[in-house]
Design a protein around this ligand. Sequence first.
Ligand code: DP6
Length: 367
Amino acid sequence: MFSINDFIPSTYLNSIETGQFQWSAPSNIALVKYWGKKGQQIPANPSVSFTLNNCKTITKLAFAKKDISTALNVTDSGFSFDLLFEGKPKEDFKPKIQKFFERIEVYLPFLKEYHFTIDTQNTFPHSSGIASSASGMAALAMNLMSLEKALRPEMTEDYFYQKASFLARLGSGSACRSVKGEVVVWGHQANITGSTDLYGVEYPHVIHDNFKDFQDTILLVDKGEKQVSSTLGHDLMHGHPFAEQRFAQAHENLDKLKVIFENGNVDEFIKVVESEALTLHAMMMTSMPYFILMKPNTLQIINAIWKFRSETQIPVCFTLDAGSNVHVLYPYAVKEKVLQFIQDELVGYCQNGQYICDQIGIGAMLL
Ligand code: DP6
């Protein structure tokens, strides 16, 4: 297991003038939720997620070494990069990248020596209300690690992926779960081998076949801008009256999931996952200031899923992220029936009838 100091490199033996890499990184959906953090993106409790397959960010990173004379000046003045979104300059994304570079510079000391062109796009519709920070930060971190690997070819594959996740975490916490593996744990949990607050790890224990082909159909309830950002929401867990119980509960739920992953009990899985989703939103509703991110249609969908499940015994459940969209989770075996149910009964609650079909994926890929 790597510690924070292992991610601070000594001198690079290689040098490289120009080049480019391109990586895709997926979104992920948490089963046990990360909500609350301390210090530099250290989670208040461990979380676990399914990696998605279709919802992803594709980022091309082109780099060119600055010439020495200008580099001396620029080194003082800071980072140099252009940001393109779907091929067009996007100024409003730049402050986030600037902040990310500042945070990770100590771990990638070459950053100020290059001019970067970051060209990024998402496979999911723009303004779908699907957060792109996890996939976006993960894709950028992968590219930066490819550059570091070019400078230090002797690094191991384990180091490459763990540091990529470590860097992604500093961009956005949940991004560290979008690097490698189908099921990823982030945050120290006593009985999950190798788990750490510093980066996400591929779930290392047995996963029953019942969970290997899970589907996630994302119902787009409201595509508008969120009124409260996740970052602010995390902050409100400081001094939250239920914070300590909540953090303890996340550990308990992860322990429960460990047993469930092994024995394949889908009914128990559903209980943990739905309870986690509602607890996340309960934390928002009981913080000060309080807020509600669910919309009336979110509740309509939840109630319709409960009714369908009790009438048909089909193992389908929901989870929520920090927004009003509903992730509908179910095994591949019942896909046809669930999609029919979504068509018949849930599409009407989606904005413009929109939803996205996704499934468990394996993580970031070099293109
Ligand atoms: C509700 O990772 O977006 O989706 O670390 O501030 O960037 P920052 O927050 P972010 O929080 C995600 C919270 C969540 C739950 C989860 O994914 O575990």
